[in-house]
Design a binder for this molecule. Sequence first.
Ligand code: COA
Length: 167
Amino acid sequence: MRAAVTLEPWSDGDLALLTRLMGDPGMTEHLGGPESPEKLRERQGRYESLEGGDRIFKIVEVASGAGVGSVGFWTKEWRGQQVYEIGWMVVPECQGRGIALAASAQAIELARREDGHDLMHAFPNVENAPSNAICRKLGFELLGPCEFEFPKGHLMTCNDWRLDLRG
Ligand SMILES: CC(C)(COP(=O)(O)OP(=O)(O)OC[C@H]1O[C@@H](n2cnc3c(N)ncnc32)[C@H](O)[C@@H]1OP(=O)(O)O)[C@@H](O)C(=O)NCCC(=O)NCCS
């Protein structure tokens, strides 16, 4: 069953959810592995103090009011241009219900309304089937595989997907 979701700004009470997302081996299989408690606290701090047009949202399931994931876009220097990079994560027990697709569509609409960068990219690992499917379904254009460093010092092969926010 498709889940209705809404987006809320990430808050200082969301470290536990962040730990379930970026601190879990299964969840970070295509993201270079789980972050340490120290790295998670640093990330939480960054999420609480984002500047400019960068945004991180908690995905909230309307029916239960529970936080079930994160979606966000942030500025990235990519091939000499300032663009947005978008990312999405959904807790395991809620996957396969259209949550990431619905939440990302909402985030993209917010990015379109703001006077930020014109282009948005997503860089899912080439082996991350659901994440590549989401790019396709959201109308991103596949530019092809690229070498991508995340986290620092960890290289992987990702697909470079691009969306024109002004298109
Ligand atoms: C990627 C992720 C966010 C997808 O979340 P989700 O809420 O399950 O995604 P959705 O239910 O919206 O699925 C979207 C589409 O992906 C496709 N899909 C889902 N699971 C799939 C799978 N295992 N294999 C292939 N395609 C799949 C489906 O086509 C689905 O669309 P449809 O249901 O309309 O046919 C989730 O798997 C996740 O959090 N993974 C760990 C973190 C991560 O890798 N994030 C991405 C970093 S780039």
